[in-house]
Design a protein around this ligand. Structure first.
Ligand code: SAM
Length: 321
């Protein structure tokens, strides 16, 4: 039987302090983990269904085509997933793992709703036990390391690794490497470099859709509910994403349409924005295949296999500790 999600100790994590620090940087923003409350998670699911958002479809295609090969190579009785979300793509892979041997799946996510939803989705797969770990990646990895136990495969799919800055990414990969023991595996996906127009089409709403705009605005709604007076005039912001080719990153922002102030007594902060200022609400780094593999390998992980679609848009990479 599958248990409900286990709430992870956040330890030293002080969310208010993190938000205050991020909002008062010279280029202010709201960190990505804050965007995934119940509404944000639902909106992200809508994004994955946009006709222009190719990432989910391409990754799903790769997972479908290569499920047995990937499952055989993973070959682990414990499969953890960082930022597991709805689990709709992972289902096939987990079923293939569980056909080989009894498997425990440990999804780590900040969204309790998504953990419950994915556990329900995965219930009934023979040979699969699910224990959700509710909290941040770091707390999840610490728990996995301390638990010891059977050989471990860590999945980091959905190109989630791109949502970290280069410094955050280095820290996260170091933590993954410190969690894995010799023989353990990391399966990580990355969105590969393409022309700017492809990214700008993918990361903005196509005509008739609003999922991206609502997802970005939801960061502000949540901020106002948690730390403000519960009200924020969303009409004062224009959500949009731009691709910065030099940094190889898609930059999602809320652009202030006028001078305004957001009062956040819970953070002891009045956020003053001038017309034209942009509040960062999420980056998505894009990768050159060779540089990506070298970067991951620099953490003591050996590149073992990769699955890249025919158009070289997207890759899933297997590394071994
Ligand atoms: C871009 S979505 C991808 C979901 C899923 N992997 C997929 O491919 O559809 C990111 C997921 O990671 C979770 N998440 C984001 N930042 C996180 C963090 N720092 N710690 C734990 N979970 C996080 C979100 O709640 C969300 O479910």
């Amino acid at each position: 039987m599958n248990a409900g999600p286990v709430a992870l100790e956040h330890g030293a994590v002080d969310e208010a302090a993190e938000l205050r620090a991020r909002l008062t940087e010279p280029d202010p923003g709201i960190p990505p983990w804050f965007g995934y409350d119940a509404r944000g998670s639902q909106l992200f699911e809508q994004i994955t269904e946009l006709p222009t958002y190719y990432l989910t479809r391409v990754e799903w295609g790769l997972l479908r085509r290569h499920t047995d090969d990937i499952a055989q190579r993973l070959g682990c009785a414990r499969v953890a997933e960082l930022g597991s979300g709805s689990g709709k793509k992972t289902r096939l892979l987990l079923a293939a793992c569980a056909r080989r041997r009894p498997t425990t799946y440990l999804p780590v996510d900040v969204s309790r709703e998504m953990l419950e939803h994915s556990a329900a989705r995965l219930a009934g797969i023979p040979g699969l036990a699910v224990t959700g770990l509710w909290g941040r990646y770091e707390a999840g990895l610490d728990r996995l390391r301390d638990d010891g136990g059977a050989p471990l495969a860590v999945l980091f799919l959905g190109a989630n690794i791109g949502n970290a800055t280069p410094a955050e990414r280095a820290a996260l990969l170091a933590r993954v490497a410190a969690t894995l023991r010799p023989g353990d595996a990391l399966l990580v996906s990355a969105d590969l470099l393409k022309p700017a127009t492809v990214f700008e089409t993918c990361y903005n709403d196509p005509p008739g859709h609003t999922a991206f705009a609502e997802f970005r605005l939801n960061h502000l709604t949540r901020l106002a509910c948690r730390f403000g007076e519960g009200r924020v005039d969303l009409t004062g912001f224009r959500p949009a994403a731009h691709y910065d080719g030099a940094a190889e990153v898609v930059d999602g922002r809320l652009w202030a349409r006028r001078d305004q102030q957001i009062t956040l007594p819970g953070l002891g902060l009045d956020l003053a924005l001038r017309r034209g200022d942009g509040l960062n609400v999420g980056v998505s780094a894009k990768f050159d295949r060779d540089r990506f593999c070298r970067e991951v390998a620099s953490h003591g992980l050996a590149s073992e296999a990769e699955w890249i679609d025919h158009d070289n848009r997207y890759g899933i990479f297997l590394f071994r500790r």
